[in-house]
Design a binder for this molecule. Structure first.
Ligand SMILES: Cc1ncc(COP(=O)(O)O)c(C=O)c1O
Length: 338
């Protein structure tokens, strides 16, 4: 594997299935739509973060850490999976929840991911600012200092763009897994559609594909930042990941496809396209997607297919990156439907 030299804790159930979405394909009447079920990676309800955490926990174990620290939104899937990962590795865990989406109903604060984090016994802290990645990381480093002075050995999983993208290695692995699955099915794939936030998934997938000499385009739909800043973030991270796996210089600016049309009105907030994508996926396929990440990516996929970005004889793959627990924090998914 391209990632063999990095310490890794095996946390995920992989390979995840690659399935054909027959009903979505006929409903949309365009390209053949496949789904990579990374919502099935295990680890307390799974998602893309399970693969990413394997490399942080790998390093934490190598450093003999006893406590994991992580920051994220109140409905952070990353934090929920990190709590599960820490527990699986026998560690303590502290989570800092940032107020990124003010004015959400009570369910947002109590159900879904925060509920699961508390169930697994995480110590919860709150951070008032939702748009200050460096500040949120610094606050974790201060907590880590305090723990160190109490004789603990904490490990911080950083969030900000300036930190090495260790988690992206999980998606280098996923790229290898996908190419093997395409090969086994003799499937020619013309695009992989994902949600792009911290850019770990996007950067890892892209670097992994290009390192394996695959030219398959990766279509990233923004979930947090606008197109210009996300494009830059993905490009920078993908170049670093390529270097980390021993393939420097394989990523060019043309590889970065990012679109922010489904982000509106902002992070963690629904719009009518996302709502309709959530209901269509659930009703056509019995597959649950979420309002924050996968709903935005699926709304993007639907937009591309409806606007004939792909022809009917092409195959596209939707990366289901998980996030399902967050639906319980969004009662309006059902209220709007009723
Ligand atoms: C369910 C889900 N999908 C997609 C993403 C975006 O992935 P990344 O942060 O690697 O860009 C996240 C990030 O938290 C997520 O929780």
């Amino acid at each position: 594997m391209l990632t063999d030299k990095f310490p890794r804790a095996i946390l995920s159930h992989t390979p995840t299935p690659l399935e054909f979405l027959k009903n979505m394909t006929s409903n949309l009447g365009g390209a053949d739509i496949w789904i990579k079920r990374d919502d099935c990676t295990g680890l307390a309800m799974g998602g893309n973060k399970s693969r990413q955490l394997e490399y942080y926990l790998g390093e934490a174990i190598a450093q003999k850490a006893d406590t994991i620290l992580i920051t994220g939104a109140v409905q952070s899937n990353y934090a929920r999976c990190a709590v599960a990962a820490a527990r699986k590795c026998g560690m303590e865990v502290e989570v800092q929840l940032e107020d990124r989406t003010p004015d959400r109903p009570q369910e947002y604060h109590n159900s879904g991911n925060p509920y699961l984090m508390k169930m697994m016994g995480a110590k919860i802290h709150y951070y008032p600012d939702g748009e200050d990645e460096e500040g949120a990381d610094n606050s974790l480093y201060e907590m880590a200092e305090k723990l160190r002075s109490d004789g603990k050995n904490p490990y911080v999983i950083p969030l900000s763009g300036s930190q090495p993208p260790l988690g992206a290695l999980g998606y280098v692995d996923c790229a290898e897994e996908l190419l093997q699955q395409f090969d086994e099915l003799k499937l020619q794939v013309d695009g992989i559609i994902i949600g792009t936030g911290s850019a770990m998934t996007h950067a890892g997938l892209l670097a992994g594909l290009r390192a394996m000499a695959s030219k398959i385009p990766v279509y990233g739909f923004c979930v947090r930042r606008d197109k210009a800043s996300q494009t830059l973030r993905v490009f920078e991270k993908a170049k670093i990941v390529a270097e980390m796996i021993g393939h420097p210089g394989i990523i060019s600016a043309d590889d970065i496809w990012v679109d922010d049309r489904m982000l509106r009105p902002g992070y963690g907030q629904l719009n009518s396209d996302v709502l309709s994508a959530i209901h269509k996926t659930a009703e056509c396929e019995g597959i649950l997607i979420d309002p924050v990440y996968t709903g935005k990516a699926m709304a993007g996929l639907i937009y591309l297919v409806e606007n004939k970005h792909f022809s009917a004889d092409q195959n596209i793959v939707f990366l289901h990156s998980g996030g399902t627990p967050a639906v319980f924090g969004y009662p309006e998914i059902l209220e709007e439907k009723l």
